[in-house]
Design a binder for this molecule. Structure first.
Ligand code: IFM
Length: 456
């Protein structure tokens, strides 16, 4: 591939704690809402849990060896909140901090920048018991936690990401039933949206209070890119994207968000001063991108009085149409132009902030092949093609002036894919879950060659 990215562009790969670590009862870790949820019968498709996952809590050195072999500039991983604030008394769990300090130091020694996500959905259950993200106190607890981590690791972490995909931890978790805690409250998810926004602001402040202005602060959003009927796209843009982007980057919610949710939410959980707290300067906006949607207006009413489960409360009049193939093993369409168009649009609307693709990748039906000489391979040409086309789309955006500074492939390893458990494989490294053997797939070799070619 002859794509030439800027020399200082950061290429990496990403994981998240609950998806890889396992060891859920070790070294003082407390249960999280995902432990509870995944152990609830019927909550994940085959009853899979993150109890063992890829056992990376024990095998992280093996994973580090993979990263070194791959030649990435950076590794994006998340810190398990229940390993750090494992008790409600606010006393940090030193063993948890020691674990991540070991990982960060080893990454730095290997010349790999640590890019930390502070919250990737593993809320301690004791906070869940108090209402989780429906309770504004959760935002303050997460800010205390962010300060604790920043105090220990502040001098060594390259980038601090407050939240990963608050769309998932609000709409998918409180609006619908697919993610923990799976409450299905429809418009009842809006307080969670606001409290996650508040947490982002407070966590950013807490990191800067410990690390000072040299802290590179960020948040990662899975912005939805919708094609089709303009009214439907606009409605979803307000609910799914601007409900996070505008408070975080503009210090206000769009007025239209209030009008389209009139009758289903009074937003009285927004307290005076909240928007100033949420609107902290950030250095980087992370975007997770996988696919696009096709939407249209229906004949249904815009303002139903219903509180039925929904990932887009206030858009009951929008239909999701089937998308053109090909699709990934998740059933998501492959649309590299969508990445380009999304990056351009975000930059047009929020020109002040650098962008990073913090996740992009593909789930495939990977098959392990045992070769005649006993070696093992996984041939995943579709994933290589997917990555090449998305890299090209990102490069096109850079050439058009988008300040995109990094790209992280999801994921380093096959792992626990939430509701789908272990049935979906996103890794560039295959994990044999029976033995925990790691087998780099062809896409790993392709990425390694691509990265090597950049270093000349
Ligand atoms: O596995 C997830 C990750 O945790 C968050 N972003 C999307 C990925 C694929 O679904």
């Amino acid at each position: 591939m002859t794509l030439t990215f800027p020399q200082d562009f950061t290429f990496g790969t990403a994981t998240a704690a609950y998806q890889i670590e396992g060891a859920v009862t070790e070294d003082g870790r407390c249960p999280s809402i995902w432990d509870t949820f995944s152990h609830t019968p019927g909550a994940t498709i085959a009853g899979d849990t993150g109890d063992v996952a890829t056992d990376s809590y024990h095998r992280w050195r093996e994973d580090l060896a993979l990263l070194k072999d791959l030649g990435v500039d950076a590794y994006r991983f998340s810190i398990a909140v229940p390993r750090i604030i494992s008790t409600p008394d606010g006393v940090p769990n030193e063993k948890g901090l020691d674990f991540y300090e070991g990982v960060v130091d080893a990454l730095l020694e290997a010349g790999i920048k640590p890019v930390v996500t502070l919250y990737h959905w593993d809320l301690p259950q004791y906070l869940g018991d108090e209402g989780g993200w429906l309770n504004r106190r959760t935002a303050y607890a997460l800010a205390d936690y962010a300060g604790i981590v920043a105090k220990r690791l502040g001098d060594r972490v390259d980038t601090w990401t407050t939240l990963n995909e608050p769309w998932c931890s609000s709409y998918l978790s409180y609006g619908a039933k697919e993610h923990a805690p799976g409450l299905g409250l429809g418009p009842g998810a809006f307080p969670a949206v606001h409290h996650l926004n508040l947490a982002h602001g407070l966590m950013t402040q807490a990191v800067r209070a410990e690390v000072g202005d040299k802290a590179k602060c960020s948040v990662t959003l899975n912005l939805q890119f919708n094609r089709g009927d303009a009214d439907a796209c606009h409605r979803l843009d307000l609910i799914s994207n601007r409900a996070f982007l505008d408070p975080m980057l503009r210090g206000r919610y769009p007025d239209e968000l209030f009008s389209i949710t009139k009758g289903i939410c009074d937003w009285d959980f927004i307290q005076s001063g909240d928007l100033e707290l949420i609107h902290q300067p950030i250095d980087v906006l992370g975007i997770n991108y996988y696919s696009t949607n096709r939407v249209a207006m229906s004949d249904r009413p815009q303002f139903p009085q219903s509180t039925e489960a929904s990932t887009a409360p206030g858009a009951s009049d929008v239909d999701w149409l089937s998308t053109e193939g090909p699709h990934t093993d998740m059933g998501w369409n492959i649309d590299p132009d969508g990445l380009h168009d999304l990056l351009v649009r975000v930059h047009d609307n929020y020109p002040e902030v650098d962008l990073v693709v913090t996740e992009n990748g593909m789930a495939c039906k990977d098959q392990l092949t045992v070769n005649e000489d006993g070696t093992k391979s996984v041939h995943d040409p579709d994933r290589i093609d997917y990555l090449k086309r998305h890299f090209a789309a990102a490069k096109r955006a850079i050439d058009e002036g988008v300040p995109l500074t990094g790209y992280f492939v999801w994921s380093l390893l096959d792992n626990f894919e939430w509701y789908f458990g272990y049935a979906k494989r996103f890794g560039i490294t295959y994990v044999d879950y029976a033995t925990q053997e790691r087998i780099p797939k062809d896409s790993f070799m392709w990425y390694r060659d691509f990265l090597a070619s950049r270093k000349g």
